[in-house]
Design a binder for this molecule. Sequence first.
Ligand code: DP6
Length: 322
Amino acid sequence: MPSAIAQSHPNIAFIKYWGNRDDLLRIPSNNSISMNLDGLSTQTQVTFDSSQASDELILNSAPVQGPALKRVMVFLDLVRQMAELQLFARVESQNNFPMGAGIASSASAFAALALAASAAAGLKLSEKDLSRLARGGSGSACRSIPGGFVEWQAGQDDDTSYATSIAPPEHWSLVDCIAIVSQEHKATGSAQGQALAHTSPLQAPRLADAPRRLEICRQAILDRDFSAFAEVVEQDSNLMHAVMMTAVPPLFYWQPATLEVIQTVINWRKDGLQVCYTIDAGPNVHVLCLEQHTNPVKESLEQLPGVEKVLIARPGGAARLL
Ligand code: DP6
C-alpha cells in the first residue's frame, strides 16, 4: 500500500491574499507575502489502498464527513489524475493548534496533503509544482510549501501562480505572539469570504495599491527594518478587513477583544516597543515582535481580559516528508 507522511506549518500573511481572479483555479488578484509558523504544525499521512471503498478523512483522530471530506476528495482527484492512479485513499491528519479561528489551518492542511498525497502516489514534484498543487486545495497553502519568508506570485494561470522563498527562517528573528481571543470555528470560511471580495467598492483601490505595499514589505524583510515593516503590515491588514466589512453581505471577523488588542499594540509602539499586529479571517490577533521582546509581549498580552492564551511561533521551515 503506497503511503507517505508529511509535515507542514501554517503561515501568517503580512501582505494578504483576499480575492481571486479565477476562483476555480485560485489565481489570486494580488501577490501575497507570509512567514511560516514554526511550532504550529500539521502532520498528514496518506495511504492509497485497494481495500478502501471511498476516500476517508480522519482529523485529530475523528472521522470527518460533509464539505471538509468533499474538499479533500476533490483535491485527491487532482493527484490521482496527475499520477494516473485509481485507488481511494485514507487521509489521517493531526493539528497541534486550534482550527478555524484565523490561524490558517487550511494552509498547513493542504500543504501537508499535497506533499503526502503526491509522494504516496509516486509523483516526485519540484517545489514549484508542489506549491501549484497545494494552491488547488487552498490558496494560502501554496505559501506553506517553501520555507521561511515567502512570496506568492499571483501569476496569470495555473502554471505561473506559485510561491517561492524570499528569505530563509534564520534571516530575521521575528516572533508571532498569537493572542487567542476565541477558539470557536468561524461562521464564514475564507473560501466563501474570498468570493465576496469583489463586491466591496474598496477592493479595486486595495488591489491598485498592492504593488507599493508588496515592495515596501519585501524590502523591509530583506533589510530587517521593523519600523517600515510594522507600518505596511498593519495597513495591509486594515485594508483587507475594510474590504471584508464593506462586502455585500458584510463580513465581520473581529470581536471586541480583537480591537482591544489592536489598540494596546498601537499604544505599545507609541511607547517605543517594536511590535505590530495583523489579523487573518478570524478574531485572533497575530502580534509580531523581535525575539528579545517575546517574553514581555507574551506576558502583557496574557494580562488583557479578552485574551484566552498566547501561542508563540518563530519563522518556520518548508513542508517536508517524514
Ligand atoms: C485572510 O487560503 O484560506 O488568511 O483559497 O479559499 O482556501 P482559500 O482561502 P485561504 O485564504 C486566506 C486568507 C487570509 C489571508 C492570507 O492568508 O493571505
